[in-house]
Write a protein that binds this ligand. Structure first.
Ligand SMILES: [Zn+2]
Length: 351
């Protein structure tokens, strides 16, 4: 597995100075670590910052904030600490029980196919899934012919992702991705952006590491309109904790509610998916434009981007309690594709 590191070196960039490539040094990392290190570490050509590699060959390209959370017990009051703590705990269950509906896979595959259709000879044949979790998206896109790379803050997630898909994996923070500019042809995420406080930095980083002749997919994200629920809806929504806690004993996909502390930690993690939050679509569109991409938006897409899925029961109730039409696709989650301005992203009839 040592060649995992050599396969990645050409893509990596120092997250400390943000400009220079990294080199492998055949000595262990000089400081104590909360995980077992390998006999090598990585060093920046320019600023000489050093980064560990785990014994099972995962480069840990942490930012100062991520390093602080990984070296101590994660701070559940911080958004990054909450994500780290929760995914180190639930990674296996997330892989087993979350996002199992076939429509999730089909929709991402449709998005990737539309973007691959506009690839040119220059587009790099690498796929990055950031916030890869235990590897669902990497698995769904395994037959794209692209070399898959997963980025995540949680080592538990990265180990699951690599084991379930064979992808190359990197530990790092999506607000400062440890990758060179323009190295990926396809950059994806599903249900991740709303977990990250500085989401604007993440969108800029996705645009930076994606090649101009490639494309970006943001999937299953809440718009500001979607989560603008009434106070009545929010009151009812908050009653789900005790209800789901009971249900979690029989309903495996509700495992997160088994313990109310964990469910509340998840609220801290899903920071932009709370009533009154969500993403302002105009700002998202402008961030894409500044990064050199045109935004293609799909509201409540079903198994393919051309279809509209009916509201889930939970959302239907929240919408009705907010006195709005639950069948309006704008009140469901969105999928956003980014591609060079002026490109047509064509629907394909065959799968
Ligand atoms: Zn550096």
């Amino acid at each position: 597995m040592t060649n995992q590191i050599s396969a990645l070196l050409g893509l990596l960039q120092c997250p400390a100075c943000g400009v220079a490539p990294l080199e492998s040094v055949a000595q262990p990392y000089p400081d104590d670590l909360p995980f077992e290190p390998s006999g090598q570490h990585l060093r920046c050509h320019q600023c000489k910052a050093v980064f560990p590699v785990t014994a099972d060959h995962i480069p840990v390209l942490w930012t100062p904030a991520l390093k602080a959370q990984m070296l101590a017990e994660p701070d559940p009051e911080s958004n990054l600490g909450a994500n780290l703590q929760i995914y180190n705990t639930i990674s296996d269950e997330y892989l087993a029980y979350t996002r199992r509906l076939p429509e999730n896979a089909l929709r991402i595959r449709d998005a990737a196919r539309r973007l691959q259709d506009i690839f040119t000879a220059d587009t790099p044949r690498y796929h990055l899934d950031f916030g890869c979790g235990p590897g669902q998206v990497l698995g769904w896109l395994q037959d794209t012919g692209l070399t898959p790379v997963g980025l995540d803050v949680s080592l538990a997630n990265l180990r699951n992702a690599r084991q379930s898909t064979g992808a190359l994996v990197v530990c790092g923070d999506a607000t400062r991705m440890p990758f060179r500019a323009d190295v990926f042809g396809l950059v994806t995420e599903a249900s991740v952006l709303h977990h990250i406080q500085d989401w604007q930095a993440v969108v800029r980083e996705a645009g930076r590491v994606c090649h101009p002749a490639g494309g970006i997919v943001l999937d299953a994200e809440p718009s500001r309109e979607m989560v603008a629920f009434s106070r009545l809806a929010v009151f009812v929504f908050d009653l789900r904790f005790p209800v789901y806690r009971l249900l979690s004993r029989v309903w495996k996909s509700k495992y997160i509610f088994r313990n109310t502390e964990q469910a509340k930690l998840n609220l801290k993690a899903e920071i932009h998916h709370q009533p009154g939050t969500g993403f302002p679509l105009e700002e998202l569109k402008n961030l894409f434009l500044q990064a050199g991409y045109e935004l293609h938006l799909f509201h409540s897409p079903g198994a393919d981007l051309a279809s509209v899925k009916p509201p889930k029961l939970q959302n239907m109730i929240l919408n009705l309690l907010s006195f709005r039409n639950p069948w309006n696709p704008k009140f469901g989650s969105f999928t956003a594709l980014g591609a060079a301005p002026g490109k047509q992203l064509i629907e394909r009839t065959s799968r």
